[in-house]
Design a protein around this ligand. Structure first.
Ligand code: FAD
Length: 472
C-alpha cells in the first residue's frame, strides 16, 4: 500500500520531513498537490501567486521525478480529493507538513478526520517554521504580542535542527492519473506582465537555492545597512521562495549559522519576524480581516475610491510611493522599506482602511503570504501586534531622501521624473519652473500633483486618531 505525501506550502524535495518520513516507510510514494477552487481555500490565490505556483509546481515535478516519484495534480474540494485518492490507491498513510493559520489548521483537521474514518494513518511534520508557534509561550503559557520577548523565548528553545538530506531514489513509481498543469491556467496567456515576471524570477527549489548561495556569498556582508536601500540589491529576495516553501527556514538558518556580526544577526532577526508573524496568525483568526487591537474597529476610515486607485496605479504625486507601487506592478515584489512607506501612506495620508491595501498586495505580490501580509499591514496601520504606533507618520519626502538619496530607485520606476536632480526628485513641486521644463516634466500633466498635502494629511490623521481615542 502506498503513502501519499500531500504537498501544500512546501514545494521542495530537500529538507522535506513529510517526504523523508514517507520514504523511510519503504512503500511506493504518491506526491499530491490539490488545487481547491471550489471552496477557494484557504483564501483564493492572487494573480501573482498563481503565476508563481505554476512555475513552482513545474519545478517540483522535475525534482520529484529525479527521485522516481510522480507528482499527481488534482483539482477539487480538498477533502474529497484526498479521500478519493486514498481510496482509489488503497493508501496506507497520508503525510504532510503542517500549516499554521487557523483556517488551514481547521481544514487539515477535517482531512485528518476523514482519513481516520477510512482507517488511513495520518502523519504530520514540522517543516516550515523554525519554531512551532504553540511551543513558544510566555512564562504563563500564553502567546506573545511583542517581537523581542517572542524571539528571545524562541531562541531559548535551542538551535534549529539541521536540514534533512534528499530522499533516496524510488524505483517503483505507481501510475496514478491526474491533471495537466496547463489545464489549470494559472498563468495568463500572452501577457506582457507575465513575461516581465519571468525575466525577474525563477520559481522553484533550484532558483531558491541559487538565490540563497548568491546572497550568502555576495550580499550578506553589509546587509544590515543595505537592506534599507531600495536603490540597491541589498536583500536576499528569498520571500516568494519561502512563501511556497521551495526552501526551508532551516536551510537558510544553517547557511548563515556560523556567521557572526551585525549583518548575520540582522538577517536572522528578519527570519524571526517571519516566525513572529506566523505566531500572531496562529493565535488570531482571520488576521486579514480582523484588527488584532479591537479598538481599531471604530477607526473612521474613509471611502476614498479615487485615492485608492491613484495609489494602486502609482500616481499619488509622491515619487517614492509611486516608484514602489509601480515596482509591485512590474515585478510582483516591492522593497521592504518602500512597502512600509506605501502602506503608511495609504492608511495615514489617505485614511483608507488597511484591508484595501492588504487585498491589493495579496493580489499583486509574488510573496503574498497569509501571515506576513496581513501582519505587516496591521503593523503599518497601528492595529497589529507590536505595531508602529498610529501617530508615527512617515514623511514620504524625507523617507525618499534618506533611503533613495541619489533618486535612482525613483528614476528606474518613475521614468518620467528621470531628468530631475536629487534630492528634489522626491518633491518635484519644489523644483523651479525652468528645471522642470528642462527635465520635460509638467506637473499635473506628465506627472501628478500630490494627491494630498503632507502636512494637512498628517493633521487629519492625528485628528482621526483623537476621534478614535475619544470613542474608546
Ligand atoms: P530579506 O531582507 O532578505 O529577509 C529575509 C526573509 O526574512 C524574507 O524573505 C522574509 O521571509 C523575512 N522577512 C523580512 N522582512 C520581514 C518582515 N518585515 N516581516 C516578516 N518577515 C520578514 N513579506 C512576505 O513574505 N509576504 C508578504 O505578503 C509581505 N507583505 C508585506 C506587506 C507590508 C505592508 C510590509 C511592510 C511588509 C511585507 N512583507 C511581506 C515583509 C517584507 O517586506 C518582505 O518579507 C521582504 O521585503 C522580502 O524581501 P527579501 O526576501 O529580500 O527580504
Amino acid at each position: 500500500a502506498p503513502v501519499i505525501v500531500w504537498f501544500r506550502d512546501d514545494l521542495r524535495v530537500g529538507d522535506n520531513p513529510a517526504l523523508v518520513h514517507a520514504t523511510e516507510a519503504g512503500r511506493p510514494i504518491i506526491a499530491l498537490y490539490v488545487l481547491d477552487l471550489i471552496s477557494e481555500f484557504p483564501r483564493p490565490l492572487g494573480t501573482a501567486t498563481r503565476w508563481w505556483l505554476h512555475g513552482s509546481l513545474e519545478s517540483l515535478r522535475t525534482s520529484l521525478l529525479r527521485v522516481g516519484i510522480p507528482l499527481v495534480l488534482r483539482c477539487g474540494p480538498t477533502i474529497d480529493v484526498v479521500r478519493d485518492l486514498a481510496e482509489e490507491t488503497g493508501a496506507e498513510a497520508v503525510a504532510w507538513n503542517r500549516r499554521y493559520d487557523p483556517a488551514a489548521v481547521a481544514l487539515d483537521n477535517e482531512v485528518a478526520n476523514a482519513m481516520h474514518d477510512l482507517g488511513v494513518k495520518v502523519v504530520t511534520c514540522a517543516a516550515n517554521l523554525l519554531f512551532e508557534p504553540s511551543d513558544v509561550t510566555t512564562k504563563a503559557g500564553g502567546s506573545f504580542r511583542v517581537f523581542t520577548p517572542f524571539w528571545r523565548a524562541a531562541l531559548q528553545r535551542g538551535a534549529p535542527r539541521v536540514p534533512l538530506p534528499l530522499p533516496s531514489d524510488r524505483s517503483n513509481p505507481l501510475k496514478v492519473s491526474g491533471d495537466e498543469l496547463s489545464e489549470w491556467t494559472l498563468r495568463p496567456a500572452q501577457s506582457e506582465w507575465a513575461h516581465k515576471l519571468s525575466r525577474v524570477w525563477q520559481p522553484g527549489e533550484q532558483g531558491a537555492l541559487e538565490r540563497l548561495s548568491e546572497f550568502v556569498d555576495r550580499r550578506l556582508n553589509g546587509y544590515a545597512r543595505a537592506r534599507d536601500r531600495p536603490d540597491r540589491e541589498g536583500t536576499s529576495r528569498l520571500s516568494p521562495h519561502l512563501r511556497f516553501g521551495e526552501i526551508s527556514p532551516f536551510q537558510i538558518w544553517h547557511a548563515v549559522r556560523n556567521r557572526q556580526g551585525e549583518d548575520a544577526d540582522r538577517f536572522r532577526m528578519e527570519l524571526g519576524w517571519r516566525e513572529f508573524n506566523h505566531h500572531i496568525a496562529f493565535h488570531h483568526q482571520d488576521l486579514h480581516e480582523r484588527n488584532v487591537q479591537p479598538r481599531f474597529d471604530a477607526f473612521p476610515w474613509r471611502e476614498n475610491e479615487s485615492s485608492l486607485q491613484e495609489w494602486q496605479e502609482g500616481r499619488t504625486g509622491y515619487p517614492i510611493v509611486d516608484a514602489g507601487m509601480r515596482q509591485l506592478r512590474e515585478t510582483g515584489w516591492m522593497h521592504n522599506r518602500v512597502r512600509m512607506i506605501a502602506a503608511s501612506f495609504l492608511v495615514k495620508h489617505l485614511l483608507v482602511d488597511w484591508r484595501e491595501g492588504e487585498r491589493w498586495f495579496w493580489n499583486r505580490l509574488v510573496d503574498a503570504d497569509p501571515a506576513n501580509n496581513p501582519a505587516n499591514w496591521q503593523w503599518a496601520a497601528g492595529s497589529g501586534a507590536d505595531a508602529a504606533p498610529f501617530f508615527r507618520i512617515f514623511n514620504p519626502i524625507r523617507q525618499g531622501e534618506l533611503f533613495d538619496p541619489e533618486g535612482s530607485y525613483v528614476r528606474r520606476f518613475v521614468p518620467e521624473l528621470a531628468g530631475l536632480p536629487a534630492p528634489q526628485i522626491h518633491s518635484p513641486w519644489t523644483v523651479g519652473e525652468q528645471r522642470l521644463k528642462d527635465a520635460g516634466v509638467t506637473l499635473g500633466k506628465t506627472y501628478p500633483h500630490p494627491v494630498v498635502d503632507h502636512k494637512a494629511a498628517r493633521e487629519m490623521a492625528l485628528d482621526a486618531l483623537k476621534d478614535l481615542r475619544n470613542s474608546s
